[in-house]
Design a protein around this ligand. Structure first.
Ligand SMILES: Cc1cc2nc3c(=O)[nH]c(=O)nc-3n(C[C@H](O)[C@H](O)[C@H](O)COP(=O)(O)O)c2cc1C
Length: 220
């Protein structure tokens, strides 16, 4: 599965099978997380076979079951866009490995996350990961015209980028972002005020780059 295919296949999954991540899949996931950790400077801990953070009333209320693994992302304040941008790289890579994921900002217990305590950084968000008991389903989406703006004709790469962004996960499916074509090959991405909307912005920029392909544009 390519990363572009992963964008289409990915949906948030909240129910997981009792099947550990092991062997080559685990090795590939770990080395990918290592690379993204180096690239981003973010603190990312892959927690395996420990469901305590999801064994809470909140998690059950959020319809989570069987979560045994997650990636905890810790960062200083002001890192939300990076968290989204780099975390979504891992989400999409995990999908190519046959794994499912769900970003989780609220419906888990932060106190039960098993990570080393570090100075100046605290857990900001987690990504549940594992073999899903289901594949999830496509989310309702805003219209293309609500999230894309251009003065003239939109080039194909811009359309592809926006379409990839519309498939991205956003907190409560709020999709509070907009892509604006500036001149011929520059793009401005903005997020409207909303719950976790800077993490969302990083996520949708990651999708846009994959859909539009980096050589076609620069960020304004
Ligand atoms: C930043 C962020 C935070 C999220 N937090 C939660 C959460 O606390 N609980 C939950 O059940 N889903 C959470 N989600 C998942 C969204 O509800 C989901 O991505 C959205 O409904 C779109 O569905 P999809 O991911 O299947 O495309 C979160 C997603 C994002 C991007």
């Amino acid at each position: 599965m390519t990363i572009k295919e992963a964008i289409k296949e990915r949906h948030s999954v909240r129910r997981y099978l009792d099947r550990p991540i092991s062997g080559n899949v685990l090795k590939e996931l770990e080395s990918y997380i290592d690379a993204v950790r180096d690239e981003s400077g973010l603190t990312m801990d892959l927690v395996l076979s420990d469901g305590r953070a999801f064994d809470t009333a909140l998690a059950h209320y959020g319809h989570f079951s069987g979560v045994q693994n997650y990636i905890a992302i810790s960062a200083p304040k002001g890192s939300d866009e990076d968290i989204g941008y780099f975390g979504e790289k891992i989400v999409l890579f995990a999908q190519t490995l046959g794994l499912n994921t769900c970003w989780v900002a609220l419906t888990y217990s932060k106190a039960k996350v098993r990570t080393a305590k570090r100075k100046g950084v605290s857990v900001r968000i987690v990504i549940a990961v594992g073999y899903g008991a289901e594949d999830g389903k496509p989310h309702k989406s805003k219209d293309f015209s609500a999230v894309a703006k251009a003065d003239g004709v939109m080039p194909a790469w811009f359309v592809d980028g926006v379409e990839a962004a519309l498939l991205a996960p956003t907190a409560m499916n709020q999709q509070k972002f907009q892509f604006i074509l500036v001149g011929n090959n520059s793009v401005k991405a903005v997020s409207k005020l909303g719950f976790w909307s800077k993490v969302d912005l990083g996520i949708v920029k990651q999708h846009f780059e994959i859909g539009a392909e980096n050589e076609n544009f620069t960020w304004a």
